[in-house]
Design a protein around this ligand. Structure first.
Ligand code: ATP
Ligand code: MG
Length: 556
């Protein structure tokens, strides 16, 4: 029995708020910016936000933070939506967008000006930086800070109407240029952007900053607990300043938790985008990426992602989690749920001398070793089979303990079939083994061989007369450095050159003819593999390795 998990600090806050009646209904939101695909770090935030809503009988909204048109697109909106559904979550009501609130946000900006709490500033970007001060020195007031409200209003309207070029002026809040918190040194509320927006087209020429938009959107939607990552902790006083200084319909509170970082990968959209744009990988859904689309294509089940996220501490510090912890949940889920199959990655022919050439039979084997309800399948068996090259050796000096596979002159069991003996090896001119001549031990399907015959082990195989030629892609970690982007490292320097190996002459058992795209199988003794697609010209299935059976990385 699983022990009930101790509740995290956000759950404790929410429980208290419900007891005190300061919260009537729990409403959370997940607020992605549609400027890239979601990654495993986002999954932690999704599981937390949707999970809390579920746990406390509330709602979780999906709201796109589409306030920076230059980098955002509808492709990303679609991809993000699909990923959240795939994870198994359903947002409350319609999908929401920051752009739904542009009119209201703009009206509030004018209101701040009228109340003497915002002004149009015309300092150049360099001057702005200079006036801003540093962490140890206070900033200086902009010369435009005390300009009449009417003048700021006129300029803001010109900005809105597209009469002002980008970078010429911005709207700033009038807070405190000497605040020790840099975010309160007259932050930018609106800037001019002339690029069209993927939803609002060219109706707007000014766009709100994240800080000016986020809290007010939360207030409009009645978000009770606005949960974000730690880098926003310093923005909280600003979040609260807007809520206090504007006639918003509710008072959400912001709480911050630690980001998820995983070793051996990067979880920054900017860096993932660079890997995609510079073709270091094959698109946002490349199975080597930690994007949800990549994980899905690699064959990682959504439930494994959720279980992993649920296992993580929700803490007030950032942390790096070992990839092995994620792998553990992937293996656990796949071991329980994936049907078994046999696929020979590096085939070598075995001809059974004592099996009639024209005799072909079917052997029934279970689809899962312990889950009977998953049914059984039939393996064709005949005179010619394939086994893996690595499962045969002519070196008869290898002990039974060291090499539990087929050795010349010795016995091995074929999984779900007979015990066989390797009688001779046929070589090509270069001395390479090209065929194994073998014989079966009669009546050994599901039965022990006679006294004195001790098979070294069990190996997988596929019948040559009825099999599926296929391609198998072995993926390894994308980076060979556990911290590819730590300090001033360039993450591109540690890209693992062997992160993808393509094996194009594999053979899988006949039952995989009807494999479905997206289904992950355990290829016996090899690992877990997911059907990616079928090759456009040859129709051959292409399988992606989701994960090996055991962690072999630590031994490298
Ligand atoms: P990135 O740094 O990868 O670009 P982001 O924060 O800019 O991420 P958003 O689309 O704004 O990307 O993120 C949506 C939500 O997901 C935010 O609430 C953010 O705090 C959260 N989030 C992003 N990355 C992580 C992470 N690594 N761990 C946990 N939550 C994250
Ligand atoms: Mg962000």
């Amino acid at each position: 029995m699983d022990k009930p998990k101790p509740s995290n600090f956000i759950e404790q806050i929410i429980s208290q708020d419900l007891r005190d009646n300061t919260t009537e209904r729990v409403v959370t939101r997940f607020p992605p910016e549609p400027n890239g695909y979601l990654h495993i770090g986002h999954a932690k935030s999704i599981c937390l936000n949707f999970g809390l809503a579920e746990e406390f009988g509330g709602d979780c909204h999906l709201r796109f933070d589409d306030t920076n048109p230059a980098k955002e697109s509808d492709e990303f909106v679609q991809a993000i939506t699909e990923d959240i559904r795939w994870l198994g979550f359903q947002w409350h009501g319609e999908i929401r967008y920051a752009s739904d609130y542009f009119e209201q946000l703009y009206a509030w900006a004018e209101e701040l000006i009228v109340n003497g709490k915002a002004y149009i500033c015309e300092l150049s970007p360099e001057q702005t930086r200079e006036y801003r001060g540093t962490l140890t020195e206070p900033g200086k007031n902009s010369p435009h800070r005390d300009r009449p409200a009417d003048e700021s209003l006129t300029l803001l309207r010109q900005m809105r109407d597209g009469d002002i070029e980008e970078g010429r002026m911005v709207l700033r809040a009038k807070i405190d240029m000497a605040s020790p918190n840099m975010n309160l040194r007259d932050p930018v509320l609106y800037r001019v952007k002339q690029s069209g927006h993927h939803r609002t087209g060219d109706s707007w020429h000014v766009y709100p900053s994240y800080d000016f938009a986020h809290g007010q959107e939360d207030a409009i939607e009645g978000i009770s607990h606005s949960i974000c990552t730690l880098e926003f902790a310093d923005h909280r006083p600003l979040y609260e300043w807007f809520i206090q200084n504007l006639p918003v319909p509710s008072t959400p509170r912001q709480y911050e938790f630690g980001r998820l970082n995983l070793n051996y990968t990067v979880t920054s959209k900017r860096k993932l985008k660079q890997l995609v744009d510079e073709n270091h990988v094959d698109g946002w859904n490349d199975p080597r990426l930690p994007t949800l689309a990549g994980l899905r294509r690699r064959g990682v089940p959504a439930a494994a992602v959720r279980d992993f996220c649920d296992s993580l501490a929700v803490a007030k510090t950032d942390g790096t989690v070992d990839m092995a912890q994620f792998d553990h949940f992937i293996r656990q889920n796949l071991n329980d749920h994936s049907p078994r199959a046999m696929c020979v990655l590096n085939p070598i022919k075995v001809t059974l001398g004592n099996w009639p050439e024209d005799q072909q039979i079917q052997l029934a084997v279970p689809n899962h070793p312990t889950r009977e309800e998953m049914g059984e399948r039939h393996l064709p068996f005949g005179q010619v089979l394939y086994i893996d090259r690595a499962d045969f050796t002519e070196d008869t000096s290898l002990s039974k303990k060291k090499f539990k596979r087929l050795v010349l002159g010795d016995y091995v069991r074929l999984r779900g079939a007979h015990v066989i003996k390797a009688d001779a090896a046929v070589h090509d001119e270069a001395g390479q083994v090209i065929e194994i001549l073998a014989s079966i031990v009669l009546n050994t399907v599901g039965e022990n061989p006679p006294e004195g015959i001790k098979p070294r082990g069990v190996i997988h195989w596929v019948a040559a007369h009825d099999c599926v030629p296929c391609e198998v892609r072995l993926y390894d970690r994308l980076f060979s450095d556990p911290e590819p982007d730590a300090g001033d490292k360039n993450f591109l320097d540690s890209i693992n050159p062997a992160s993808l190996t393509i094996l194009s002459n594999c053979v899988a058992e006949a039952s995989l003819t009807t494999a479905q795209v997206g289904t992950t199988y355990q290829f016996e003794r090899e690992g877990y593999f997911c059907l990616d697609d079928r090759d456009g010209t040859t129709e051959r299935p292409i399988f992606n390795r989701t994960i090996s059976l055991r962690d072999t990385w630590s031994k490298k």
